[in-house]
Design a protein around this ligand. Sequence first.
Ligand code: UDP
Ligand code: MG
Length: 160
Amino acid sequence: FLPHLVASMEEVEQSYIMIKPDGVQRGLVGEIISRFERKGFKLTGLKLFQCPKELAQEHYKDLQSKPFFPKLIDYITSGPVVCMAWEGVGVVASARKLIGATNPLNAEPGTIRGDLAVQTGRNVVHGSDSPDNGKREIALWFKEGELCAWAAVQEPWLVE
Ligand code: UDP
Ligand code: MG
């Protein structure tokens, strides 16, 4: 571990990334995880999880007045999801770029939604929209002992 070579802590963010039930059912788990790994982010939490309704409602509480909210809750709780915490410099905005636009038909080719999905209601993956929400969502979906702080040997080769 070479602390002098590691990015300054202020630049390091956390994002909550979740493979939704359609991504799990369609066998896209490995494909999606590998895109974040290849980019150079660090996985600090990972689990397969059947989400209870209350947790889905809390996670999406900002959308509770939207007409699609009940369908969204049914979708997210319809099967297991893969919960992930990813860490890195600029990970929040970068993960949103890797994921692509909310409507997969508007998502650029090369993005996860652009390559792997066709409809907003089945858009295979979630990513936090701000560093504050990244922290909030990771705290919501993971218990403390489920997260792992570790030093990646590749770090000095990713960040100068
Ligand atoms: N969603 C939907 N219909 C809509 C808008 C959103 O079903 O018209 C769902 C979709 O699964 C989306 C999620 O609600 O990913 C959260 O919406 P948000 O606007 O936060 O999009 P995201 O941040 O996931 O791109
Ligand atoms: Mg969102």
